[in-house]
Each structure stands twice: as structure tokens, then as C-alpha cells.
Design a protein around this ligand. Structure first.
Ligand code: GLN
Length: 537
């Protein structure tokens, strides 16, 4: 078993997830089978109950796991499907240990962080690595070295180094910040030195140090870090600001990161295989587009771009496919309501309403949807966006003025969106929604079928509410056709508005399965429609 731990120092938000994903991508390009694990040292069992402002969007996996957004980066960079075991949290670890204690599995013993918590962490990491059958598993340690909460995980990582054999079977990659100070632009290595010292105090000596810096690290700074942190000079790597996250693997490749890892771990890559050519053209389409469009994303978590990360990536994937730069304009739904849709949307080429929960911001989203429908601006609604489109059409086309979702108004006269039957009586909030991959059947004569090229598709879900089937006939008579339904026909999954160039919405989240070179069909549809709309203006 081969494990690579990726830790972070100095500050959070260094792009550790992108760095870890990029290393994974490079090893995969050599023909190696790579798996990835994210460790989040918080006490939540999973990310499902967290507000996007806490850690960015909640990513959803095929198995319904509601996980940290870094798992989205892993899936996108490596083009793999993960399951929820690949996100280990303090909550999951403590829950197992406490359950074991109650079962009497530690009978007679005092249950402690070392060895019981650390053993459980090790058990989880090694069993995932084993089950995934990977040649190498990359384990990203969330948080920053020195945080109290990450201590048990670092200790478990150190022990795994001892158990499995350092260097050949376990490597440590440490990512840090190299700030530039003063007018002379001197690269400062001291924060890196301190953070490595902290790591060494725990008993971990890094094999590779990756420094985030606004520019490539100069030779002098590289030599200094190598010397003070006791690593080879060639193992001091720099990740300067990139034009696209998809450029990072190529930056790392140029500095030989994959070679260092393969040599040290005695990995056996397929000889000569180093295939990044498709990736390079995917990237060059992003970096040198021949056209551009602007898509408005109307939501309520707009001050943190990470809240809608998978949508931004899906639009980037779609844009690359068409050599089109997709500018995303985030619009706060409340300000749209106060300023009026025309002032914020009149110059965009597409409108996207993403998922969301709760009452706040709903009316602004309905107004944005109405504006897109009436002005024939390409529109894509996702999950909540699908429900919003249904409410908007019910209100303004069917004339059901009070139409609403019972999520926002329990006593609405026209509950066009209502709680799913199986959700009635569900009180627990954690992992209780309709979650994960479910099949959807598309009408053969629909746009959705044209985009997917298939009648039966599988997409990921995360919702409690759905279209009220009592209103389906009325809505369809207004031109809001439900062209995608669940396998049993009971749940409306895709809506398509007749008489509009592109007005579509889905109950599922197509953004979670979008990949470089394999964009989400609905996002690609939106981008195509936006390009056409812009051309016709
Ligand atoms: N709040 C809505 C529901 O629970 C939509 C959820 C979402 O957008 N993910 O059905």
C-alpha cells in the first residue's frame, strides 16, 4: 500500500485541494491507478448540514454522500467516481469509536485518542486504500498544521509512515505560503520554515514542499527552504498563481513532481505514458478562447464563489468545448429584487438559478426567471432553480397568483411544489434528503434527449421537495413540459418550456458529474444557447 499525505501550513486557502488533485492527475497520466481521500477535522459527520458560507458548496457523490467540495476537485481532475467513505471527518471517527465502546469492543480499557481514535483513522485510510485497489492513494489533510483538531490525524499519518515504511510507501507533501514583502519583492521563507518545524515536532519530515507564491520561487528562496527544512532542492516546488486551476498539473509536471514521487515510492508507471495532450488542449481552449458570453448566476450565497463551485467548473468545461470564455456574474437575489431584473440582467446571455434552501431570496429568483422567460434569455434552473421555474410559470402563465412551494409557504393555496411523500415525518436533518445518483428517463423528442444523447440517464440529487403531481397537467398545458421523469414516473425531473429558445431546468444536479472534456450536457446546452443568443442580439 502506498500513501501520499498532503498537509498545509501557514494559512488555509492555499489551494491544497487543487495541488493534491493535480498530483493525482499527473500520476494517473502515467498509467497509475490513483485514489484520493479528504480528511476534514470538524465534528460534523458530513458536510450536508453546513451552510455554503462555512466551507463552500456541499458536493454530492453517486452514493448520496454529502461531502467536502474537494471531492469534486478529485473527481474532476482524476475523472473518477468516489464514495462517501473517501471523506473522513472527526465526527465519523468519533462516532465509530464511541459505538465500539458501547458494544464493549474495548472492554476493560480506557478509551483514548491514542490509540483508539488514531487506530480508527488508520483503519479507515488503509481500508479505503485497499478497497479502491489503487496503486497509490493521496490523502489530503484538511486544516492547517498546528490546529488542535488536526493533531490526531497527523499522528495517525506519522504512525502509518512507521507502520508501512517511510519514503517507499508513505510520503509527505507539505504545502505552504511564500509571501512577497516590500517594494523589492523579496520572497519570504520564514513562515514555511516555521510551519515545517511544527510538522517536524509532530514527527513528520516532509519529502516535498510546495510553496504558493504569486510568482515562481527564485533559486535563492528555493535553496533556503531546502536547507532549513531538510529537503532536496529539487523537492522544493513552486505553484505560482495560475490562469486556470487546470493549469496547475502542468506547472507541477514541469518541475518534476511526479518523477520525484515515482522514484521515491518505486512506483511502476507504464513506460512512456505521460498523456496530458488532451488535457493541454482542454486548457488551451480555456486560456485562448475565441468568443465569450456572460452568464448570470442568481443566488443568495453569491459573496462566496465557492458556494457554486461545481456550476462554475461545469460552465468552464462547457466553455472549453466551444472555445468560449464564460464570464460568471454573481447576482444576489435580494438585490435583484430591489434593483429590478432589467438593471442587472439586460446585458447577460444566460441566467442560471442554482440549488438552495429556505425562504430568503426566493422572490428575487422568481423575478430573474420571469425576466429570462419573457425576454427569451437562455435559462437553466437546477434543483431549487427547477422548483422556482415551476412556481414562476404557475404564477405568471397559469395565473395561480399564490403558487408556491410548501417549503416557503406552508399554507399556499397552490402548492405546486410540495414535500415528497417519503419525507413526511422525517425530523433528522443529516443525510435524510433524496440523495445521490438516480435514473431519469427522457422523452425522445425533447431538447434534453438531444443534449444527453440517451433516453436513460443517471444524475445526482439532493432535495426534499418536488413538483406536485396534481399540477402536472395544468403546467404542461401552459407549455412547461416535463420531459424527464424518474424511472417509476412519479417524480418530475426535467422541465422544458415550449416556445422559448432555451428554458430548461432539472430537479437533479448535473453540475456534480461535469468533467473536463465531458461537460454537463445541460450546462453545455446553456452555453450554446448563450452563444446563439449573443449572436442574434
Ligand atoms: N430546497 C429545495 C428542496 O429541498 C431544493 C434543494 C436544492 O436546491 N438542492 O427540495
Amino acid at each position: 500500500m502506498k500513501l501520499i499525505f498532503v498537509s498545509g501550513g501557514v494559512i488555509s486557502g492555499l489551494g491544497k485541494g487543487i495541488t493534491a488533485s493535480s498530483i493525482g492527475r499527473l500520476l494517473k497520466a502515467r498509467g497509475l491507478n490513483v485514489s484520493m481521500i479528504k480528511i476534514d477535522p470538524y465534528l460534523n459527520i458530513d458536510a450536508g448540514t453546513m451552510n455554503p458560507y462555512e466551507h463552500g458548496e456541499v458536493f454530492v457523490l453517486n452514493d448520496g454522500g454529502e461531502v467536502d467540495l474537494d471531492l469534486g476537485n478529485y473527481e474532476r481532475f482524476l475523472d473518477i467516481d468516489l464514495n462517501s467513505d473517501h471523506n473522513i471527518t472527526t465526527g465519523k471517527v468519533y462516532r465509530s469509536v464511541i459505538e465500539n465502546e458501547r458494544h464493549g469492543n474495548y472492554l476493560g480499557k480506557t478509551v483514548q485518542i491514542i490509540p483508539h481514535i488514531t487506530d480508527e483513522i488508520k483503519r479507515r485510510i488503509t481500508s479505503i486504500a485497499r478497497e479502491s485497489g489503487a496503486d497509490v492513494t493521496i490523502v489530503e489533510l484538511g486544516g492547517t498544521v498546528g490546529d488542535m483538531e488536526s493533531m490526531p490525524f497527523l499522528e495517525a499519518a506519522r504512525q502509518l509512515g512507521r507502520d508501512l515504511g517511510r519514503t517507499e510507501n508513505v510520503m509527505f507533501v507539505h504545502t505552504t505560503l511564500i509571501p512577497i514583502m516590500g517594494s523589492v519583492g523579496e520572497e519570504k521563507t520564514k513562515p514555511t520554515q516555521h510551519s515545517v518545524k511544527e510538522l517536524m515536532a509532530i514527527g513528520i519530515r516532509p519529502d516535498i514542499i510546495i510553496g504558493r507564491c504569486s510568482q515562481p520561487i527564485c533559486e535563492a528562496a528555493r535553496a533556503k527552504i531546502a536547507m532549513f527544512c531538510d529537503v532536496d532542492e529539487s523537492a522544493v516546488i513552486s505553484t505560482p498563481d495560475a490562469r486556470s486551476i487546470y493549469e496547475v498539473p502542468l506547472n507541477l509536471e514541469r518541475q518534476g513532481v511526479a518523477d520525484i514521487i515515482i522514484d521515491r515510492m518505486k512506483l511502476m508507471p507504464m513506460t512512456g505514458k505521460r498523456d496530458m495532450t488532451k488535457w493541454e488542449s482542454f486548457l488551451s481552449n480555456i486560456l485562448s478562447p475565441v468568443r465569450e458570453v456572460t452568464i448570470a448566476v442568481v443566488g443568495k450565497y453569491t459573496s462566496l464563489a465557492d458556494s457554486y463551485l461545481s456550476h462554475i467548473e461545469a460552465l468552464t468545461h462547457a466553455g472549453s468545448e466551444r472555445k468560449c470564455k464564460v464570464n460568471v456574474r454573481f447576482i444576489d437575489s435580494d438585490s435583484l429584487l430591489s434593483e429590478g431584473p432589467a438593471s442587472l440582467l439586460s446585458d447577460v446571455h444566460g441566467v442560471l438559478i442554482p440549488g438552495g434552501f429556505g425562504n430568503r431570496g426566493i422572490e428575487g429568483k422568481i423575478e430573474a426567471t420571469r425576466y429570462a422567460r419573457e425576454n427569451k434569455i437562455p435559462f437553466l434552473g437546477v434543483c431549487l432553480g427547477f422548483q422556482i421555474a415551476t412556481i414562476e410559470i404557475a404564477r405568471h402563465v397559469l395565473g395561480l397568483k399564490d403558487a408556491n412551494s410548501t417549503e416557503f409557504d406552508k399554507d399556499t393555496q397552490d402548492p405546486v411544489i410540495c414535500l415528497m411523500h417519503e419525507q413526511e415525518g422525517v425530523d433528522d436533518m443529516g443525510a435524510t434528503m433524496r440523495l445521490g445518483a438516480q435514473n431519469v428517463i427522457l422523452d425522445k423528442d425533447s431538447k434534453a434527449y438531444g443534449l444527453y444523447g440517451s433516453e436513460r440517464i443517471s444524475e445526482r440529487h439532493r432535495h426534499r421537495y418536488e413538483v406536485n403531481n396534481g399540477y402536472v397537467d395544468q403546467l404542461e398545458s401552459a407549455g412547461w413540459r416535463f420531459v424527464g421523469r424518474s424511472e417509476n414516473g412519479d417524480t418530475m425531473e426535467v422541465g422544458q418550456l415550449e416556445g422559448h429558445p432555451f428554458f430548461m431546468a432539472s430537479q437533479f444536479h448535473p453540475e456534480f458529474k461535469s468533467r473536463p472534456m465531458r461537460p454537463s450536457p445541460l450546462h453545455l446546452g446553456l452555453v450554446d444557447a448563450a452563444i446563439e443568443y449573443k449572436g442574434s442580439e
